[in-house]
Design a protein around this ligand. Structure first.
Ligand code: ZN
Length: 72
């Protein structure tokens, strides 16, 4: 059985090493890229972790939203 999940990638460098920092003083979370150190506030969302195969991870990468082409 397989389950659908969403994977978060860094839009700046494409890294999958995205962490959540926070909450901030006003209870917002910060997405932080461990690879290029980009960060951005993402209120109302957080992350969970699990292991996926490289094949599945590549599928997520291929389906990821980019500028002018958001993933739905
Ligand atoms: Zn990055």
């Amino acid at each position: 059985m397989s389950n659908f999940v969403s994977v978060i990638f860094c839009l700046n460098c494409g890294s999958r090493y995205v962490e959540i920092k926070g909450p901030t003083a006003d209870n917002r979370m910060i997405a932080y890229c461990r690879t290029c150190h980009s960060e951005a506030e993402i209120g109302r969302f957080t992350l969970g972790r699990c292991c996926v195969s490289n094949t599945e991870l590549q599928k997520a990468r291929d389906a990821r939203g980019l500028k002018n082409k958001p993933e739905r």
